[in-house]
Design a binder for this molecule. Sequence first.
Ligand code: SAM
Length: 279
Amino acid sequence: MIDNLPPLREVIRTHDLRAKKSFGQNFLLDLNLTARIARAAGDLRGADVLEVGPGPGGLTRGLLAEGARRVVAVEKDTRCLPALAEISAAYPGRLQVIAGDALDLDPLAHLSPPIKVVANLPYNVGTELLIRWMTPAQWPPFWDSLTLMFQREVAERIVARPGTKAYGRLALMVQWRAEARIVLSLPPEAFTPPPKVSSSVLHITRLERPRYPADPAILERLVAAGFNQRRKMLRAALRGLHPQIEPLLEQSGIAPTARAEEVGLEAWCRLARAMERPE
Ligand code: SAM
């Protein structure tokens, strides 16, 4: 037992929280498991935690039991609010629940650094938020780490290495400025109701500055063009981006006949810098 609150099945019965597909709800009801996910986020004492989509509050309870200084939890489904209010009452002053859409939230209006983000989110919202969190106007971002549940296949794309099928934009976007690893994999039966696919928890720690210098907009444009036509050689896939793309590729140590998936992060950044130089 991690706290004196009722078991989650009882919470769901009392508050009539049947999972709704429209909210992408697949709940975690095993508090030992939610405590494990909370621990995967690292030492929570002294950190504020942003939790997106607390639902009936299993992960929220894990985060509080593991010692988070404060948890700010944003939930779109107002049916969950009474259950979350009971958790707030059990941890006075440590849980703030915001009713609304995480996509509209300004985290720094509610949390103080150091900030960790932890979430078991619907998969589509998770990818959209990850892209936003990885591409802020300023680096470093508001968060120190992200601990997020993803469809296993998406998690594998994020940690993928060059030369593999899973390697692409997501891997480069995340690995350029952060360290990402899969810390836990879960079968569908871990959730109520079970989703169709397996899931993985990713832990992403930000780097103070990108691994290699590059202009973010140029790098993003290059990588997008390269992987949009991943079967093509780069001299063809990137032709539209620069009139002298072939010599630029050569200068950057990339064979013009290479394909996007064969090119590592450092070489992409070299190419982005070469594109920045006046012709
Ligand atoms: N964290 C809970 C758990 O682990 O059992 C619930 C997980 S469930 C997969 C996703 C939760 O995110 C649901 O409670 C859903 O209502 C909420 N949600 C979905 N879209 C959201 C959004 N855009 N902003 C905030 N919450 C959202």
